[in-house]
Design a protein around this ligand. Sequence first.
Ligand code: ADP
Length: 242
Amino acid sequence: VEEMIRKSEKLAVVGQLAAGVAHEIRNPLTSLKGFLKLIEEDMEANPNYFSIIHHELGRIDLIASELLVLAKPQAEHFALRNLNRLIEDVAVFLQPQALISNVEMVTDLHSSLRPVLCEENQLKQVFVNLIKNALDSMPSGGTVTIATSMARDQVRIIIQDTGIGMSEETIRHLGEPFYTTKGSGTGLGLMVTHRIIDRHGGRIFYNSALGKGTTVTLSFQCVDDVDEIDIKAPAVAHAARL
Ligand code: ADP
């Protein structure tokens, strides 16, 4: 128990740090971008410099937005949701990207999925991050299958791709901040993803084979009505505090 408390305290500190970094980076970025635009409009200079500066700024901006997802406890609102609906929304949102990558997106959603107590926007972010990783792993096309099912009192979500797969080395580093094998990756997606899943008392597993693809399995405790939430209050309070 002591170990668990220490772990959650550590996670809380990480969250505060992320909030700090994100906000500190964002304000000067906005001002820099404005001034750059002014200079660009009225001075002769090597256009390459500007494109590099823009690119680097864009990168910092991306890092800040990924970290900001962790840093909005005041906007948190946990409610009972059918995860099929969240997945459908995310699938529609990512469909254009799948089309461009020549990836077929298949959904196989369980017809009577029980609801999960969750922060809708955060869980959508989880699905976006995982499906985007699946798309990134299939540069020359393939299939991503997103399936939901019930396993006892758990909702299970499987995201399976036919992509490049991961080495054992990569699997060991998953969720480590800034660990990426992609040229333009931030290595923050899975750190954010794991943290959100933690906040929801959920679990995540990876199964991957190089050259064959990756299967990510998520599970969350389901709750059918508000009475049950009362019974599970300690777990809920824990989830909200993290
Ligand atoms: P990023 O996408 O910016 O690299 P992530 O934290 O989302 O950051 O992912 C970290 C690394 O995990 C990726 O760079 C990639 O090597 C690996 N990875 C994650 N998901 C998959 C997947 N579905 N297929 C292959 N590799 C993956």
